[in-house]
Write a protein that binds this ligand. Structure first.
Ligand code: 13P
Ligand code: SF4
Length: 301
């Protein structure tokens, strides 16, 4: 074990901390983490742990979600500048203006939003449960769905509901092109094609499945297929390969890298534990409102 890794392990125990890593983190960060998963899975782990301190290796909105769910814990980010450009594409003011134009609409917001925006929602969703969340709003005359226009399109097609969307998108997932999928299918004709619902509709149309990162990991384990073309951020390949040594995983595009997810490294994790920085804490008034939108989601699935 390298000196850096043993220092992290020792300090982690002294601080009664746990390390959570999103599926897109660097391989060495995933390997040192006690838990990895998608945005919802990580928040659930955060809310159930006895640990006092959570080192959150992901992006800012994920650490905020953990803070909303567990205000009694210390949530630390090894790199506070790891943000999500999609989450930054809508502000609470933008959403209040949109709501004012559609006063009767129910407001659904992707978990990839700031806590300020979550405080304006009726209900939150993740890529795991977005279809079920919209289906739960049977009596809504109108539905606003922010900020990802491609996830909105995917959910609209699956639910048959017209959604009022926002012009947000993930700059990493839009790099995956239909040509990339077609090329990979030509090279690996037996492979299943699995993509994230943040991909553009033309890519989703070519896929066997459109799944959140957590569901992708489950699907890969349970499927009888031996080869998979993966249309999401390339960091997930490490976990898929590790969990399924007998199977093969091919990234749809090597360009699908989220620079923010790669900001966290082992040196920064050690610094975070040593200095107990940078803390992410959502102010109580915002937290209470945002919590309602998350709880409503958790009651569904
Ligand atoms: P998941 O919840 O599927 O892990 O997605 C988070 C994300 O940021 C995808 O780009
Ligand atoms: Fe945000 Fe896209 Fe990065 Fe996910 S991959 S954190 S949606 S920028």
């Amino acid at each position: 074990m390298s000196e850096l890794i043993s220092k992290i392990q020792k300090l982690k125990n002294e601080r009664r901390a746990i390390i959570l890593a999103h599926n897109y983190q660097l391989p060495e960060v995933q390997d040192i983490a006690g838990y990895h998963g998608d945005s919802l899975e990580l928040s659930r782990v955060a809310s159930r742990t006895d640990a006092k301190v959570i080192i959150f290796c992901g992006v800012h909105f994920m650490a905020e979600t953990a803070s909303i769910l567990c205000p009694d814990k210390i949530i630390l980010m090894p790199d506070i500048n790891a943000g999500c450009p999609m989450a930054n594409m809508i502000t609470a003011t933008d959403l209040r203006e949109l709501k004012a134009r559609h006063p009767k609409a129910m407001v659904v917001g992707y978990v990839n939003t700031s806590a300020d925006v979550k405080a304006e929602l009726d209900i939150c969703c993740t890529s795991t449960n977005a279809v079920e969340v919209v289906n739960s709003l049977k009596n809504a005359e109108e539905i606003i769905f922010v900020p990802d226009k491609y996830l909105a399109d995917f959910v609209s097609k699956r639910t048959g509901r017209r959604l009022i969307s926002w012009d947000g998108y993930c700059p990493t997932h839009v790099k995956i092109m239909p040509e990339d999928i077609i090329r990979q299918i030509r090279i690996h004709p037996k492979a299943k094609v699995v993509v994230h619902p943040e991909c553009i509709p033309e890519v989703i149309a070519l896929a066997d499945e459109a799944l959140s990162t957590g569901k992708m990991c489950k699907y890969a384990k349970e499927s009888n297929a031996k080869e998979f073309i993966i249309g999401t951020e390339v960091g997930i390949i490490h976990r898929l390969q590790k969990d399924n040594p007998g199977k093969k995983f091919y990234p749809a595009s090597e360009l699908a890298i989220c620079p923010n997810m790669k900001r966290t490294n082992l040196e920064k994790i050690l610094w975070s534990l040593e200095e107990m920085k940078e803390e992410v804490r959502v102010p109580e008034d915002i937290r209470a409102k945002a919590r309602k939108a998350i709880d409503r989601m958790l009651a569904i699935k």
